[in-house]
Design a protein around this ligand. Structure first.
Ligand code: SN0
Length: 329
């Protein structure tokens, strides 16, 4: 079993329930991961994902190895048949096969480059590992998705919702840097698995990939979208149509206390890290309605459900590497 996208979840409701159970007794399955190793490979920065996934693995009794690939690893080549006479030192074929011999699960963070849409949509790094690794793979934010985040978001909303069908708004907000669409994509996919009144609001032109948003409602008037909302989930993403560009920095989209007044006393959510007074004002982020810290706490239980499911479903595959020796068996 791999955890690549929110679509790998057979029943979101069941996974959320299980996560909430784990949250009550996080050390209950301390023996499940004994003598198993989680390898975490980072091609980008991380705070919550790194520590919460590591914490989840430790709660399950696993060993954890972390490697920052961009600064410490060899530059990887992903193209089949490449003549490697310039930048890259090692092909994904060897790298993934080798790491698979040391680890029982490999987790990978590899953001979108935001330059080549086709390349990002092809998920070069993640698919390279999926193809050439021989152990389960976990997505710790890839070019197009962040399913550990959206599972944590679902857990957080389940804890805070006061009605069966809450109104949930995903609101774009301005940002000085071009950011990936991954968090927004996975949030949309997760919301499509829930019974809720779901509305996406963003400036015209900032539509996400329509293959992901499908028939989810888009409201271009942010104030209208906020009316009566129970949850405001804010996230910046760079333009998907004019790929990776920042075509709008309008501070009128910043989430303010004024705007929150339009809602039904909504909870404020953000995946973090958040740019204060650009995405959201201090007043909102520091208010009682902000649940961003709890949201980050739930990252541990989201990761723990995922690791637990993988540990239970995947017997450790034989460690057969490229240079296996029969006599060593
Ligand atoms: C990442 C993103 O995908 O938007 C990770 C979010 C979990 N966010 C950033 O890169 C923010 C960086 C910044 O400088 O604000």
């Amino acid at each position: 079993m791999n955890y690549i996208s929110i679509q790998n979840i057979d029943s979101l409701e069941k996974w959320v329930k299980q996560a909430l159970k784990i949250k009550k007794k996080p050390l209950k399955n301390k023996k499940l991961g004994k003598n198993k190793t989680l390898g975490m490979l980072f091609f980008n920065s991380s705070l919550r994902t790194r520590l919460s996934t590591q914490k989840a693995a430790l709660n399950l009794g696993m060993n954890v190895m972390v490697m920052n690939f961009t600064t410490e690893g060899w530059t990887l080549e992903f193209e089949d048949g490449a003549v490697m006479n310039s930048g890259s030192s090692e092909h994904i074929k060897e790298a993934a096969a080798v790491v698979s011999q040391y680890c029982d699960i490999i987790a990978i963070r590899a953001f979108a480059g935001l330059i080549d849409k086709e390349k990002d949509n092809a998920e070069i790094v993640l698919s390279g590992f999926l193809k050439h690794a021989t152990v389960p793979i976990v997505n710790m934010e890839s070019a197009t998705g962040h399913p550990l985040q959206s599972l944590a978001d679902a857990i957080t909303m389940a804890e805070h919702k006061t009605k069966h069908k809450p109104k949930v708004v995903l609101s774009w907000a301005p940002h000085p840097k071009a950011l990936p669409q991954a968090v927004a994509n996975s949030f949309v996919e997760m919301m499509q698995l829930q019974d809720a009144e779901f509305v996406i609001t963003h400036p015209e032109g900032y539509e996400l990939n329509s293959e992901i948003t499908k028939d989810s409602k888009i409201e271009y008037d942010q104030n209208k979208a906020f009316e009566n909302a129970d949850f405001i989930y804010t996230k910046n993403w760079s333009n998907y149509n004019e790929y990776g560009k920042i075509t709008n920095t309008d501070s009128n989209w910043t989430v303010t206390a004024e705007k929150m007044k339009l809602t039904n006393n909504a909870k404020f959510m953000h995946c973090l890290p958040v740019r204060r007074n650009v995405i959201v004002t201090d007043e909102v982020l520091d208010s009682e309605n902000s649940i961003v810290i709890e949201q980050a706490n739930n990252r541990t239980y989201a990761a723990q459900v995922v690791l637990q499911k993988i540990l239970k479903s995947s017997p450790t595959p034989p460690k057969e590497g490229l240079f296996k020796s029969k006599s060593a068996k």
